[in-house]
Design a protein around this ligand. Structure first.
Ligand code: NAD
Length: 333
């Protein structure tokens, strides 16, 4: 059995955001030294735990990055920073190619210059576009249908080429739908105006919204509403730690993996689960498609913890943890 690598100092970009802040907690809980760089455009200073070095700044600031890498002795980057709103990317594509693609290029260059040997990248199922087959495997065609997906795919391509030319390996994790909050309510999804179904449903359940829209009821799914593969943010954060262990264990190998459970839930199933907690009004019209991934790929080979699979069931834990977060004193919005 291969041994679990010794924790190294990690820089988390976008660590004041939703998923990045959960990755910071997962790293910290597992004994890794972690620092955060974030420009706070959508993130929150309060989301970074006390005691974690925080650098307010932009990932395209090469001087800042060089200073952080030197001060922290950084040996790995987890790159969450970016812009994530699909309609916004259609309205303002150049902003997405700047913030997601060009600035990622600057960050990768800074990491290479500083000799940082490992890089983990938050990618997305949007790189697949509208896959014809479900479950969607990593080998499925990458045909993004919006600038957001394309801006992330371009970053994956840069990483692949860079790993061939320099002493750095990488893991691109393609997330599907991320939901939930830290089970201890230390963080959650605080982003103002987020449109994620579970966040919206929980806000409605707590009386912070009037209704939840259900867009589309005639899809080819058991109840006619869109089916999505949701992953709990705490499982996703754990997957990042395992991915980093795998990169350290085999510096010659890079990885690309989907992240989900291989089980889809419909919009109505999610709303039913919220109804079990309280009554919320729902009304017509939402998205499309069945987008589910096969179970095989939430598997990361890392030391003794081979074939790690998410343990939390959807929807109950997906709902209880955000209920806790949105009802907590830490979350004032
Ligand atoms: N939320 C999802 O369901 C989902 C799904 C697939 C992929 N992703 C990817 O996960 C990553 C994190 O998403 P999230 O939901 O936590 O979003 P988020 O908006 O909560 O977090 C992004 C963080 O990055 C920071 N940031 C943005 N641009 C920056 C820059 N140029 N320099 C420094 N900091 C910057 C923001 O202030 C914020 O704290 C993104 O890269 C996104 O593409 C998210």
């Amino acid at each position: 059995m291969s041994k679990v690598p010794v924790p190294v100092p990690v820089l988390v970009t976008g660590g004041a955001g939703y998923i990045g802040s959960h990755a910071v907690l997962a790293l910290k809980d597992a004994g890794w030294a972690v620092a955060v760089v974030d420009n706070l455009t959508t993130g929150f200073r309060f989301a970074v735990p006390e005691g974690v070095p925080f650098y307010e700044g932009d990932i395209e600031d090469a001087a800042l990055l060089a200073r952080i890498f030197a001060e922290q002795g950084t040996r790995a980057v987890m790159h969450f920073a970016g812009s994530i709103v699909v309609p916004e990317s259609v309205e303002n594509p150049l902003m997405y190619y700047h913030n997601n693609t060009a600035k990622s290029r600057s960050l990768i260059e800074a990491a290479v210059k500083a000799g940082v040997p490992h890089f983990i990248f938050s990618s997305t199922a949007a790189t697949y576009g509208e896959p014809e087959v479900s479950p969607v495997s990593e080998d499925s065609p990458k045909l993004p249908i919006n600038p957001y997906g394309m801006s992330k795919l371009m970053t994956e391509i840069m990483l692949a080429d860079t790993a061939k030319a320099h002493a750095i390996n990488y893991c691109a994790l393609r997330y599907f739908n991320v939901a939930g909050a830290d089970p201890q309510a230390r963080s959650g999804q605080s982003t103002a105006g987020a449109t994620h179904l579970i966040k919206v449903a929980v806000e409605a359940a707590l009386g912070k919204r009037e209704a939840v829209g259900v867009f589309g009821s005639d899809f080819d799914t058991p109840d006619g509403t869109g089916v999505r593969d949701y992953i709990h943010v705490a499982d996703l954060a754990a997957a990042h730690v395992l991915a980093l262990e795998a990169l350290i264990a085999d510096p010659a190998a890079s990885l690309t993996m989907n992240c989900g459970y291989g089980r889809g839930f419909s919009v109505l199933e999610v709303l039913d689960a919220v109804d079990r907690v309280t009554t919320i009004p729902s009304s017509a019209a939402w998205s499309r498609a069945v987008l589910v991934i096969p179970p095989r790929w939430f598997r990361i080979t890392a030391g003794s913890r081979r074939h790690y699979r998410g343990s939390r069931n959807m929807p109950s834990s997906m709902l209880s943890s955000p209920m806790l977060w949105h009802g907590s004193a830490s979350w004032a919005n």
